[in-house]
Write a protein that binds this ligand. Structure first.
Ligand SMILES: Nc1ncnc2c1ncn2[C@@H]1O[C@H](COP(=O)(O)OP(=O)(O)O)[C@@H](O)[C@H]1O
Ligand SMILES: [Mg+2]
Length: 440
């Protein structure tokens, strides 16, 4: 036997629920078999990961078939093969290769017959099937005595090989029906897990495509945005040799050029923030904490412009799973926009948090950022989240890049949250952010 077969006392290595220890092994009684199926069906619903499910399927199949070892092969559609996803009991890994091709004798035979095969089966009733001989040889090579297909609407989504059956003293017809029932329940559970996995993968793909699409827009916008400052820099460089003795020209133009360079720098920084943006690293956080720390940052700036900050932070605010850095970026962008809208006039900046319960008992941590600034014109409201949309055109401290709210929107989406805005020209603007709460 192969050197890879674990040596030593059998029970120590045997991961299945323990069999009776007496050597005169008896197959499970019919009521035990019924129990196995019932309990298995109940338990399956709670299993969401493939390794646990695979092990459990094999354990139950082995128990029902009085087998000592088994391996489960799952269809890998992407790589067009059957992949071993689980192995239990005393079985040499050399006997069961990690992958089997689609036309390997075992799947080939199971697809032709759609039924359980046991080495004790008479060969006569299967003689018309060519694949029979190949399958028997393959089973022998894998030390298997039973071959169990897991089928969903005629598709062989997986199969199990079981081996080392102790002398079955029971009813093979009954064993076969129980194995068929277990195989079918297992097939359904495996199919669900595979479907969920596919769904998760396509979600990631959609998100990635969305990101690429918005990056495309951003790249286009970026090219457009830096054209003006680049033109002014170019003009300055072209004119400088002739005007080098004109101190007023040099002084004024240097300032303009420097502003343009700053603008390009800011754009690059914001684009990097967006492009570098990765899956949020979520941790369990108190949102009030983050709001307070952001308010602390803008306090001096607000004060110097005659803006009064009012904060109402709810004590019963639910905790949220969030990426602290990213949510800080969201809040700072919103707060700085609010401050910008009140520069020159002063005003009131109100920040409120509260617990919000929406339909079907979904709980959110809700934040409102309200200013008494200029407000947003109705025609602009639908564009404020677009990349490069800005009304802050004048150069200097307040010049905008128009990427702030694009980034805000992206981050809130990644957190499965929502952002809304209400604004009235001359009265002010309120942004509402909802982030899904952690279950209490
Ligand atoms: N609180 C606010 N009050 C008034 N206008 C706002 C407010 N927040 C956003 N806006 C409008 O939305 C535009 C886009 O905002 P943003 O994406 O942050 O870019 P930026 O601040 O660089 O202009 C702003 O230029 C402004 O016109
Ligand atoms: Mg902004």
């Amino acid at each position: 036997m192969s050197a890879e077969v674990p040596q030593g006392p059998r029970d120590a290595l045997f991961v299945m629920p323990s069999h009776p220890t007496n050597t005169d092994f008896l197959a499970p009684s019919s009521s035990e078999l019924l129990n196995i199926v019932t309990q298995f069906t109940i338990d399956l619903g709670a299993m969401t990961d493939l390794p646990t499910l695979g092990d459990r399927i094999l354990q139950e199949l082995c128990r029902a078939a009085s087998a000592t070892h088994g391996a489960l092969f799952l269809l890998d559609r992407e790589h067009e093969c059957y992949r071993r996803v689980s192995m239990v009991g005393l079985i040499a890994s050399t006997c069961t290769p990690p992958t089997l091709t689609m036309n390997h004798p075992l799947p080939h035979h199971l697809l032709a017959t759609n039924r359980i095969m046991m080495d004790i089966d008479s060969t006569e009733d299967l003689q018309e099937i060519d694949s029979e001989t190949g399958a028997r040889a393959a089973m022998k090579a894998m030390q298997a005595t039973q071959l169990v297909p897991h089928l969903i609407q005629g598709r062989l989504i997986a199969f199990s090989i079981l081996g080392g059956a102790m002398s079955i003293a029971g009813d093979t017809v009954l064993t076969r029906s129980v194995l068929a029932a277990l195989a079918q329940v297992s097939a359904n559970a495996l199919d669900t897990i595979v479907l969920n996995e596919d769904l998760r993968r396509s979600h990631t793909l959609i998100k990635r495509t969305d990101r690429l699409k918005s990056l495309e827009t951003i790249a286009g916008g970026f090219a457009h945005e830096i054209r003006n400052p680049l033109t002014s820099i170019k003009t300055f460089i072209q004119l400088a040799p002739q005007r080098k003795d004109d101190p007023q020209f040099i002084q004024e133009f240097s300032k303009v050029v420097l502003d343009d360079v700053y603008r390009i720098e800011r754009l690059i920084q914001e684009i990097l923030d967006y492009a570098r943006y990765m899956e949020p690293k979520l941790t369990d956080e108190d949102l009030n904490d983050i709001v307070a720390s952001c308010l602390y940052f803008i306090d001096v700036k607000a004060g110097s412009h005659g803006i009064k900050i009012e904060k109402e932070l709810a004590e019963d605010l639910p905790r949220v799973m969030l990426d602290r850095q990213q949510i800080k970026q969201v809040l700072l962008n919103l707060l700085l926009n609010a401050v910008d809208s009140m520069i020159g006039s002063g005003g009131r900046l109100r920040v409120q948090t509260c617990r919000l319960e929406k339909s079907r008992g979904n709980v959110f941590a809700h934040i409102e950022i309200e200013d008494s600034g200029t407000g947003i014109q109705e025609a602009n409201l639908e564009h404020i989240f677009d990349p490069f949309f800005t009304t802050k055109h004048e150069s200097g401290e307040h010049e905008g890049t128009g990427l702030g709210l694009t980034i805000v929107h992206q981050i809130i989406q990644e957190h499965h949250g929502e952002i809304r805005v209400k604004s009235s020209v001359g009265v002010g603007t309120t942004f509402f952010v909802d982030l899904p709460a952690l279950p209490a």
